[in-house]
Ligand binder design. Sequence first.
Ligand SMILES: [Zn+2]
Length: 415
Amino acid sequence: MQHIINRFISYVTVDTESDPESTTTPSTAKQWDLANKLVEELKAIGLQDVSIDDKAYIQATLPSNVEHEVPAIGFVSHFDTSPDFSGANVKPQIVTNYDGGDIVLNKDLNIILSPKYFDDLKQYKGQTLITTDGTTLLGADDKAGITEIVTAMEYLIQHPEIKHGTIKVGFTPDEEIGRGADFFDVEKFGCEWAYTMDGSQIGELEYENFNAAGVKLTFKGKSVHPGYAKGKMINSMLLANKFISKLPKDEVPEKTSGYEGFFHVNDIQGSLEETHVQLIIRDHNLKKFEKRKKFVEEVVKKMNKKYARKFGEDIVDLKITDQYYNMKEKVKPVMFIVDIAEQAMKELDIKPLIKPIRGGTDGSRLSYMGLPCPNIFAGGHNFHGKYEYVPVESMVKATEVIVKIAEITAERYKK
Ligand SMILES: [Zn+2]
C-alpha cells in the first residue's frame, strides 16, 4: 500500500492545472513536467514503445504474453487537473485508520472535511484516506487513475504468470478543459476498446453520458434616451430575460437527476444595446436532446418574427454547437466490454455501481472516434476542490480491476 501512496503523491505534488483560455496543447507548459516524468517511469517499469508526441500525449504498450489472439485493449486517464481550483503546492495529508469523524484539513483556516456534509466518507471508516491541506485541490482526478494504471502494468510485468493480451496505456493532457480527446491518436493506439479510469467512488462503471450542446445567443437592442423612449427603445437585457423565462422552469440542473435532461443558463453579459446569453443543453436521450435544441430554435424564431418589422433584421442571433454525444450508442453494440468490467469487479468483491454520467468523459469522445470507452472508478471524491480526497483502498481495488480485466479478456478469447 505504501508503494501506491508514494506513487500517487509523486504525481499530485506536480502542478498540472490546465487553462481554458490557452490555445496551445498542452494548454499549460507545466503539464510537461509530469508528462516527461511519466514517460521515464513507464520505461523504467518495463513497458514497450513508450512514446510522447509534441502535444504531450503519452502511449505505451505491454505486449501480450499468450499464444492465442486477444484483441488489444487500452486504459486511459488524464494528468491535468481542473482550473476550477488551485493545483499548485499540493500538500497531501494521510489519514490512517480513519475513525469516521471530522478531518481537520487546515487548523489555521478552520477547514474541515466532515461526514456530516460529505456522507460518502462514512463508508471508508477504518481505511487510509489521502486529503488536501485545505488550500488546493488534490488531483485524484485523475492522478489516481494514472497511479492505478501504472501500478497495474508494473504488477503484470512482475507477474508473468497472469495471462493477458496486448495492453495499451494512454495518458492525455487537458481533459478538464474538454480537450483531452482532441489529439488522441486512436489509430496508433490500435485498441479494439479501452476504459478511462476517471470515475469517482469505488464500483462506478459508466457507459452512458449526456448528449451535449452549447448555445450562444446575442440579443440586440436599440438605445434611446429613456425620457423619449416610448415606442422606440428596445432593451436587449429584457429580451434576454423574456427568452430565459420561456425555458421550462423545472428542467434545470438543480432540479433534475438520473436520466432527466436540462437547459442550464450559465452566462449573461448585457447592456441595453446588446446582451449575450450562454446556456448548455444536456440529455441522455438523443431524440429529447434534438427536441431541446429545436425548442430553443423555435423560441428564437418567434422572437425574430415578432420584432421583424420594428427592428428590420433578426433581433436574436443564435448559435448551437454540439459538444459531445452519449457513448451508449457506440458501446451498446459491444456491450460485452462493460460486462467484462462488471465481472472483474464482482470477482474482486466490488459492488458495481452502473449509472448514467450526468456529464461527459474523454471516453464519450473517444467512443465516437472509433474507440468504445466506458469509464471505471478511480476512487476519489469531491473533485475540483479543497475537499477532494481518495481512499487508498479504492486505488488498490481499481488497480486490481485493471489486472482482472486484462486476465478476463485473455481468457475470453482462448480457443
Ligand atoms: Zn477526470
